[in-house]
Design a binder for this molecule. Structure first.
Ligand SMILES: Nc1nc2c(c(=O)[nH]1)N[C@H]1C(S)=C(S)[C@@H](COP(=O)(O)OP(=O)(O)OC[C@H]3O[C@@H](n4cnc5c(=O)[nH]c(N)nc54)[C@H](O)[C@@H]3O)O[C@H]1N2
Ligand SMILES: Nc1nc2c(c(=O)[nH]1)N[C@H]1C(S)=C(S)[C@@H](COP(=O)(O)OP(=O)(O)OC[C@H]3O[C@@H](n4cnc5c(=O)[nH]c(N)nc54)[C@H](O)[C@@H]3O)O[C@H]1N2
Ligand code: SF4
Ligand SMILES: [Mo]
Length: 684
């Protein structure tokens, strides 16, 4: 059979597997049977042949000699990195024998899976693995690290992750990039906005950091961290006062618009200015611009919701397009995530029915804490598709937990990550280019098929293959563990209750490669809120213990540390992926800390020198960039950096593991720190 694997020289189609909203169509150039150049697929309707630098250089990662070729067994201390190669049979036997013993002594809940979306492929990231851990009866992990708080907040207003179609945004006249670094994290969103700008559109960026996205804006609005809810309420105040609301839209499609009008009386521009740090006249200017420009689109980022109050912030912002009736305008509305259009049949794919008893669920944002729980302790951790030693908050606590002598840890990854350094057994994972899977974007509305482009590297195995092996060795003989990848895909796509996902099958995808969600313009008729309308007032929120109307709630006050610290992702890594690739590190240079001139002057800190940044959770040493990119009292760093000899750059040593107001989300950006000069010589 002709497969892409057999193509020696030529170009084969693919899709980007990374946790990035763009989900680009790719063309992989093969030379002598290996991956050479990677390009964008010019026929992809949204990404149109452009891709980022990270993935253009992906070939180097696929063939990086640091990639793990065989299973490994630890022979040194935890964290030391001494391993010897072993065969797959020994690896699987070691793991399953250990687990069988644990299950008989402590019960299956002493085993904890920990995973995220290092590979977004649906059957690999949340398919066969879920079946396995359901059947095992292990503890479950709540995958809250990324976007859950905002998604919950948005859903209270809109009923689910349904937003504006990026393909309609060529018509948009006002883009508000709110807490999103689109140039780095959603590049095609910026491409679309720039194209629209040629037809007169304006780009407004509201952010705590004037980064590459802010520098591209027609108007950059700096704001104090975690205060965006107040700004949105201030805009509402002016919209109502100046009769810029769309009354007929409010009457037909929303509930609670009268209650909201009374409620926002409190959010006077002067008060909002004091909270947000934005001048009163700018609040008026923004509200009037928003109230009079159509179509207008708010692109809501994830940055906003990595805060104590992140759910409520997104809930509040998501009310704005209803006030101006923008949901009826082509290219108008808002986009937090479009993932709901392409939801598949998770019941069939993940098989929760295989779970015989209810089990506890552990929030992944509190892994450190969980590893020290003394009641029903976790005795084994199985990590795949994630690198918690770098990406999880309170990393010092996480690493202390990973170093526990009595914790049996297995890591499945392509590389010996910082987490894998603590493992007892490391298993080699295929890259997505070696797998079959289907992908669904959380920004545009296409579903894609990935077929293997090359054969597995060394002895590596895909997640689906690994969990089939583990199931077999555990003696699980249900058909669910025998289903092949194509069957898993067809089971997941058989989802008649999602009207947007229609008649898509493995075979159809094989032919078409990407297929768009259907009937997406009748959103307002199908809203999944309790009332079926846009809920400006939400009874459900009240029942869940929140204010029913959008409300400004301040961040948790951390005492004694003068700076608010916002450590986001960077341009050339994807979370910690690529942070171990020389080319990407070179492009990024060094981890930087951005500080306001005023703060630097008062502390005798000079641009380009090394500073120590600390709080009661940990410390880091970073290169400081002094200027006006951040407001006084705020410091920002970019990127999740790998451990390197002699460098102290573990960013998440500083971040809190408090949970956000909704969904148990992460609060990476709500911590505080202090900063001091430590070396006078310039490092860059
Ligand atoms: N190059 C690259 N692309 C990526 C990623 C990556 O690591 N690198 N990660 C991917 C993933 S998993 C995700 S979730 C997305 C994340 O990408 P985004 O949704 O863009 O989220 P962040 O980059 O975390 O934060 C966005 C912006 O929010 C700002 N911000 C922080 N706090 C506040 C606040 O209180 N108010 C306002 N107005 N702004 C604030 C930050 O300064 C930052 O510029 O990107 C994806 N794409
Ligand atoms: N300070 C701070 N911390 C953050 C953030 C932040 O903005 N600031 N962002 C947070 C967010 S939004 C997110 S989403 C998380 C992301 O955190 P993670 O999901 O942990 O993301 P990565 O660091 O990219 O790690 C993914 C790992 O999966 C591996 N992998 C890739 N494909 C496969 C596969 O098919 N199988 C297996 N077994 N492994 C595979 C990769 O090699 C890599 O080591 O980080 C969070 N952490
Ligand atoms: S990381 Fe994002 S922008 Fe880069 S190729 Fe993948 S989907 Fe496209
Ligand atoms: Mo994320």
């Amino acid at each position: 059979m002709q497969t892409y694997i057999n193509v020696k020289n030529g170009v084969v189609p693919s899709v980007c597997s990374l946790d990035c909203p763009d989900q680009c169509g790719l063309l992989v150039h093969k030379k002598d049977g290996k991956i050479g150049k990677i390009e964008g697929d010019p026929d992809h309707p949204v990404t149109k042949g452009n891709i980022c630098n990270k993935v253009r250089n992906m070939g180097e990662r696929i063939y990086d000699t640091k990639r793990i070729k065989t299973p490994l067994k630890r022979v040194g201390q935890k964290g030391e990195g001494k391993f010897v190669p072993i065969g797959w049979q020994e690896a699987i036997e070691t793991i399953t024998n250990h687990w069988k013993k644990l299950i008989s002594e402590d019960g299956p809940e002493s085993i904890l899976p920990y995973s995220f979306y290092g590979n977004m492929g649906n059957i690999n990231a949340e398919g066969m693995d879920r079946r396995f851990f359901n059947r095992l009866g292990s503890s479950q992990i709540d995958r809250t690290i990324c976007s859950v708080a905002g998604s919950k907040g948005y859903s209270y207003t809109m009923g689910g992750s349904y937003g504006t179609d990026p393909e309609e945004m060529s018509e948009t006249k006002l883009f508000i990039m709110w807490g999103i670094n689109t140039v780095s994290t959603n590049m095609h969103q910026m491409t679309i906005a720039q194209k629209a700008r040629k037809q007169g559109a304006k780009i407004v960026v509201i952010d705590v950091h004037k980064n590459q996205t802010g520098r591209m804006a027609d108007w950059f609005i700096p704001i104090l961290p975690g205060t965006d809810g107040a700004l949105a309420l201030g805009i509402m105040h002016i919209l109502y006062k100046e009769k810029l609301v769309d009354q007929s839209f409010l009457e037909e499609y929303t509930i609670g618009y009268k209650e909201l009008e009374d409620h926002i009386e409190h959010y006077q521009p002067q008060l909002v200015s004091e909270i947000t740090g934005i001048a009163v006249e700018d609040i008026y200017k923004l509200a009037r611009m928003y109230g009079t420009t159509s179509p207008s689109m708010i692109r809501i980022g994830n940055g906003l919701q990595h805060h104590d109050n992140g759910g409520m912030i997104v809930r509040t912002i998501s009310c704005l397009p209803a006030l101006t009736g923008q949901w009826l305008v082509k290219g108008g509305g808002a986009l937090k995530s479009n993932s709901a259009y392409l939801t598949h049949n998770t019941k069939e794919l993940q098989r929760p029915d295989l779970q015989k008893h209810h089990t506890r669920t552990i929030n992944m944002n509190q892994l450190g804490k969980a590893l020290f729980e003394t009641k029903d302790p976790i005795r084994s951790l199985f990590v795949y598709g994630s690198n918690p030693a770098i990406v999880a908050p309170e990393s010092n606590k996480v690493r202390e937990g990973l170093a526990r002598q009595d914790l049996f840890t297995v890591v499945h990854d392509l590389f010996l990550t910082e987490t894998a350094m603590f493992a007892d057994i490391v298993l080699p994972a295929t890259s997505a280019f070696e797998n079959t899977d289907f992908y669904t974007s959380y920004w545009h509305q296409y579903i894609h098929l990935q077929e293997p482009v090359i054969s597995p590297y060394g002895e590596s195995k895909s997640n689906t293959e690994l969990f089939r092996l583990l199931a077999y060795a555990m003696g699980f003989n249900e058909q669910a563990f025998k289903d092949r990848d194509e069957e898993l895909i067809n089971q997941a796509l058989n989802h008649s209750s999602n009207p947007y996902l229609h008649d898509v099958t493995f075979e159809k995808l094989k032919n078409d490669r990407f297929i768009k969600a259907k009937n997406t313009n009748d959103l307002l008729k199908n809203l999944k809120t309790p009332s079926g309308k846009i809920e400006l007032y939400s009874e459900k929120m009240e029942l869940d213990g929140y204010p029913a109307l959008p409300t400004y709630i301040p961040l948790v006050e951390e005492q004694n540390f003068p700076f608010h610290y916002v450590p986001g992702p960077n341009h050339n890594f994807l979370n910690s992926t690529f942070s171990n690739n020389d080319k990407h590190i070179k492009l990024e240079k060094a981890p930087k800390l951005f500080m306001n001139q005023q703060d630097a002057d008062s502390r005798g800190i000079e641009n380009g020198t090394t500073v120590r940044i600390w709080n009661n959770r940990g410390e880091c040493e970073l290169t400081v960039f002094v200027g006006n990119q951040v407001l006084p009292s705020v410091v920002v760093s970019q990127g999740l950096w790998s451990d390197m000899p002699g460098k102290n750059q573990l960013i998440n040593a500083l971040t809190p593991d408090r949970l956000a107001d909704m969904g148990g989300g992460a609060t990476f950006f709500s911590g505080r720190v202090n900063v001091e000069a430590i070396r006078k010589e310039k490092t860059v």
